[in-house]
Design a protein around this ligand. Structure first.
Ligand code: UDP
Length: 378
């Protein structure tokens, strides 16, 4: 077995200490363990699976930290994740609710028909292009301009402006354009939220999926690495850290801005509530951004009760859980400085959404974890 540390160096108990039992940590742990390295995973929470943690309530897999749907266009990533769970054929088709009416998402012919009354793609294009032309945006500099140059002003006002302002806690003209390009615009009747070839939710929940990756690996729950840094560092030669990078350095260059979330979960004594996995509330005045009804992530089962979660976005303050990085200019500059600091610690490897301050989808997290392991071993 190839060893990464000097033969003469002090003997440690583990080759790798992995901080965080979320998706990135689990993939890295699995790959290193598979190659014969001794791995210890420590996790601050009392459960594995990070923010994709699911818990069974009333026989339903509840996405405790917001709805997650796995999707990718890369066959190798799809094959990889399918080793650890069977995925169902769930297709995400969220609805948007705005001033008493439902609209299909993402922006497609159903939406255009509902909003403009048009039936054919060329009519929809004409409507939207007229609005785009009138807005006269040459090069979109922020999310507002990007959104208008994608779908025009009417859809921007109804389905984007309020939701985005709630989600990010600032006006759309103060946000980076890339956020809105996550959503497709399609001139066809197709409500699939994603363009990827492969999509689904692990049957039996994400926690089981992550547990399968971590099989045979020592995982210590309820351990806050940052509180026991010296002790834990002494246990391993190399460390993979998947928490917030600014927190790792005790915010010494300043705090990065994150968005946090608050969840209100409810068990409802009826077989169904909203008839769909996700409904987005796009009006600014409705305090939550979306409601997830978890039974629909694993369709085809009959339940007497249903579980819903209202999701509220909030400004991150010290002590809150970080969910979304706010990748604007100011934070990107600060993150680069933290990256420079990180380079001074070659035995500590940062990964995942929090460790690299990146708005990643799950497939990218898996890919990045596999790449990190490859780079460590080469
Ligand atoms: N968005 C929107 N209206 C919606 C849904 C999304 O304006 O009904 C915008 C919003 O700015 C959001 C971004 O699109 O932050 C990305 O949405 P996505 O659903 O990918 O966000 P996530 O599921 O990661 O929270």
């Amino acid at each position: 077995m190839q060893k990464l540390y000097n033969i003469g160096a002090m003997k440690k108990n583990y080759d790798y200490l992995i901080v965080g039992a979320g998706l990135f940590g689990a993939v890295a742990a699995h790959e290193l363990n598979k190659r014969g390295y001794k791995v210890l995973v420590v996790e601050k929470r009392n459960n594995i699976a990070g923010n994709i943690y699911t818990e069974e309530i009333e026989g339903i897999q509840v996405h405790k930290y917001g709805p997650h749907i796995f999707h990718t266009s890369k066959k190798e990533i799809w094959d990889y994740v399918n080793q650890f769970a069977k995925f169902n054929d769930f297709i995400n088709m969220p609805l948007a609710y705005y001033k008493g009416k439902y609209y299909n998402m993402p922006f497609n012919m159903n939406t255009f028909h509902q909003i403009f009354g048009v039936d054919k793609p060329e009519e929809a294009k004409a409507c939207i292009e007229k609005e785009i032309k009138a807005a006269n945006i040459k090069e979109p500099k922020n999310l507002e301009e990007k959104a208008i140059s994608m779908v025009g002003t009417t859809i921007y006002e109804m389905l984007i402006k309020g939701y985005t302002q709630k989600q990010w806690g600032r006006p759309c003209n103060e946000l980076p354009p890339f956020i809105i390009t996550r959503l497709p615009v399609r001139y066809e009747y197709n409500n699939n939220y994603f363009n990827d070839i492969y999509q689904g939710v692990p049957i039996g929940g994400y926690t089981k999926w992550i547990a399968n990756m971590l099989k045979g690996i020592e995982v210590r729950l309820g351990i806050d690495y940052l509180e026991h840094k010296d002790e834990l560092n002494a246990l391993a030669d190399e460390i993979i850290y998947t928490g917030e990078i600014d927190k790792f350095f005790d915010y010494k260059l300043g705090a990065l801005e994150w968005r946090s979330l608050r969840f209100e979960e409810e068990i409802i004594d009826k077989p169904d509530y909203q008839g769909n996995a996700v409904v987005n509330y796009t009006e600014y005045e409705v305090p939550y951004t979306r409601i997830a009804e978890h039974q629909y992530f694993e369709p085809g089962q009959k339940h007497h009760k249903t579980v819903i979660t209202k999701e509220y976005s909030k400004t991150w303050t010290l002590g809150d859980e970080a969910y979304y990085p706010l990748n604007n200019e100011k934070n990107s500059v600060l993150y680069l400085k933290y990256q420079e600091l990180a380079k001074q610690n070659p035995h500590i490897h940062f990964g995942g959404r929090l460790g690299t301050y990146s708005y990643y989808n799950m497939d990218v997290v898996v890919e990045k974890a596999l790449q990190l392991v490859e780079s460590l071993l080469n």
